[in-house]
Design a protein around this ligand. Structure first.
Ligand SMILES: N[C@@H](CCC(=O)N[C@@H](CS)C(=O)NCC(=O)O)C(=O)O
Length: 204
């Protein structure tokens, strides 16, 4: 492959930040195409032709194919690296936590942050926000319980499951979630931030 990968993303988005963090860890070079979701950039005919679901991140491969869904992109880019797991059970465990992230964590924590930070916390979304509170804290409870016994989500080795969960957990406060009762989560966050290849997420 001579041409570079291209990532379509919004720098404020945790789902897009997952890809930046992984590429830094694995020293993968790519071009970044900034997409403004609030301006409707993901709903133009041109964008929908690349991803009919109208969402970022979106990975464009040099051969013309496209891959959507942040966690699928992590699996694709980390394939054959240690970050994707070293044995059958380890790889399945990583997927377990990535599915957890998409079903139990992101729909509560990331979307709360979206309502507060992107949309400016409008009055007509307060009931929605309140409904996400319980599910978000439940997801944090599950993570805390795991991290009291293990350094990372797939055991003792950092993996793409940690990248997937780190993206919105480390900015959970921006979605109104207080991490002060979650010491194991806070220590896991600090460990990831200390990694040599760590890159911070763009501030909102
Ligand atoms: N499950 C998807 C979620 C992607 C997603 O919700 N992307 C948001 C930005 S974080 C988006 O593109 N929103 C624009 C829209 O829905 O119109 C993933 O993990 O990639």
């Amino acid at each position: 492959m001579t041409e570079k990968l291209k990532v379509y993303g919004d720098s404020r988005s945790g789902n897009c930040y997952k890809i930046q963090l992984l590429c830094s860890e694995l020293d993968i070079r790519y071009d970044w195409q900034e997409v403004d979701i609030l301006a409707g950039d993901t709903h133009t005919p041109q964008f929908l032709a690349m991803n009919a679901n109208g969402k970022i991140p979106l990975l464009a491969l040099p051969d013309g194919r496209y891959l959507a869904e942040s966690n699928a992109i992590l699996c694709y880019l980390a394939d054959d690296s240690k970050l994707a797991g070293e044995d059958r059970f380890g790889r399945a465990q990583i997927l377990q936590w990535m599915f957890f992230e998409q079903y139990s964590h992101e729909p509560n924590i990331a979307t709360s942050r979206f309502i507060i930070r992107y949309l400016g916390n409008p009055a007509d979304r307060q009931a929605d926000l309140a409904a996400k509170r319980k599910g978000g804290y439940k997801a944090l409870d599950v993570m805390e319980k795991h991290l009291l016994n293990y350094a990372y989500f797939a055991g003792e080795a950092f993996s793409i499951a940690d990248i997937a969960l780190f993206a919105y957990t480390h900015v959970a406060d921006e979605g109104g979630f207080d991490l002060s009762n979650y010491p194991a989560i806070r220590s896991w966050i600090r460990n990831i931030e200390r990694r040599p290849a760590f890159v911070p997420m763009k501030k909102m």
